[in-house]
Design a protein around this ligand. Structure first.
Ligand SMILES: Cc1cc2nc3c(=O)[nH]c(=O)nc-3n(C[C@H](O)[C@H](O)[C@H](O)COP(=O)(O)OP(=O)(O)OC[C@H]3O[C@@H](n4cnc5c(N)ncnc54)[C@H](O)[C@@H]3O)c2cc1C
Ligand SMILES: O=C(O)[C@@H]1CCCC=N1
Length: 388
């Protein structure tokens, strides 16, 4: 037997959508890349599983909306490379009170938008109701990404470009240095560059590198609601995605996608959850109150009267939130050959092609394609509190 290869140009830890896109860009640039994943793939223990995610250009923060043309282009490129459909255009409605600062910023982020009042909205999209005085801003280029399929596709192209993906292999420790040594449950690997994209595990994981990142894993209820009249919210009818901004009954926001993955069931979720440890995600007593479900039921009876008000299916996912809900995309403050991508705060999937490109550029010591000020580790005080 040939001895197992142990030296690479770059090692990436975590094969969710962010680590997989990072590895894809590195392999396309002819870097000999090892992508390590603790679980056997595919798995549903992290943040990238499930069949659907929203992609939209409407963003309150212009530093994300500016990335969206590049994201759409790179998603299309991946579709072409794999001959797979990964995106379905459905449009997206941003619902809220007119004048609400984030809603107005979303309007500005769209070159061309359309604003519908309550009457115009229910004429155009009969499933939706607004409260008096509220509006809906239409982002017509938005839609749904087929998430599981996308993750498979990006990993397939990574491998096709010569990348090595080793799943079922958990990283146990990292030894920093000019050459970084990574010890897993199955081997020891070395590379001059390391990228950590370990999702909800990142906070605890980087403590061994003297970093205290303010990352909070949240357990998210992914809820599907039955259409009272089958077919009314599916792709066959005119049914867009939506998200809310500035509603007093749901300050964190609520979002929804048309019935795609399960016929007759529309996905409507609270953009919030309860703090958790990713290793204990499912260990919740059955008596635990579910405030998210109450918020969603009340929203559905007012805004989506064509849906039943108790969820028909519930699944689980994880967010990893930063205090400002902006990502962390940066080099380790002490070990510049270690790059960290984390804190995607429940909105990172659509942006993964650009996140991967930026992490690749940071790792190779290149000038990043976008302004990185909002993603710097040092925006949080005391991160090196436990520095070695
Ligand atoms: C319910 C829900 C809905 C969402 N909706 C949207 C949406 O509509 N639009 C959007 O853009 N975004 C959305 N998001 C956010 C998006 O899905 C996440 O931002 C994204 O999936 C994060 O990817 P990740 O690669 O950082 O994390 P993960 O997918 O969790 O990947 C991290 C990987 O690292 C691995 N790992 C951890 N530790 C180790 C170790 N020691 N050794 C080896 N491997 C390790 C983990 O097993 C995991 O596979 C949503 C998220 C959720 C949960
Ligand atoms: O990122 C997205 O588009 C979704 C919907 C709004 C809340 C979070 N995720």
């Amino acid at each position: 037997l040939a001895p197992q290869k142990s030296t690479y140009d770059v090692i990436v830890i975590g094969a969710g959508i962010q680590g997989s896109f990072t590895a894809y860009h590195l392999a396309q640039r002819h870097k000999d890349t090892l992508l390590l994943e603790q679980f056997l793939l595919p798995h549903s223990r992290g943040s990238s599983h499930g069949q659907s995610r929203i992609i939209r250009s409407a963003y309150p923060q212009e530093y994300y909306s500016r990335m969206m043309p590049d994201c759409f282009r790179l998603w299309q490129q991946l579709e072409a490379e794999t001959g797979t459909t990964l995106y379905r255009q459905t449009g997206l409605l941003v619902l809220g009170p007119p004048g609400e600062p984030e809603l107005e910023a979303c309007r500005r982020s769209l070159g061309v938008d359309e604003v519908l009042d309550a009457a115009a909205l229910s004429r155009r999209f009969p499933g939706f109701r607004l409260q008096a005085g509220q509006v809906a801003v239409l982002d017509s280029t938005a839609g749904v990404l087929f998430a599981d399929r996308a993750l498979r596709a990006v990993q397939e192209v990574f491998r096709r470009h010569g990348g090595t993906l080793r799943d079922g292999e958990k990283v146990l420790s990292i030894q920093p240095g000019a050459t970084v040594t990574v010890t897993t449950t199955a081997g020891v690997y070395k590379a001059p560059r390391l990228i950590i994209t370990a999702g909800a595990w990142t906070g605890a994981f980087v403590e061994q590198l003297g970093l205290r990142l303010p990352l909070q894993p949240l357990r998210i209820d992914v809820c599907y609601w039955r259409e009272k009249q089958p077919g009314s919210a599916g792709l066959g009818s005119v049914s867009p995605c939506f998200l809310t901004l500035g509603l007093s009954q749901a300050p964190h926001g609520i979002y929804g996608l048309p019935s795609i993955e399960y016929p007759g069931l529309m996905k409507v979720c609270h953009h919030h959850g309860s703090p958790t440890d990713p290793e204990k995600r499912d260990q919740i007593p059955s008596s635990t109150p579910r405030p998210d479900i109450a918020v969603l039921s009340s929203f559905i009876s007012s805004y989506l009267p064509g849906l039943e008000t108790q969820p028909a299916v519930m699944e689980t996912c994880l967010y990893t939130n930063t205090p400002d809900e902006d990502f962390i995309l940066d080099r380790h403050p002490k070990f510049s050959n270690i790059v960290i991508g984390a804190g995607f705060s429940g909105h990172g999937f659509k942006l993964a092609p650009v996140v991967g490109k930026l992490l690749c550029e940071l790792s190779l010591g290149e000038e990043p394609s976008y302004n990185m000020a909002h993603f710097a580790i040092t925006r949080f005080p005391g991160v090196l509190g436990a520095a070695q």
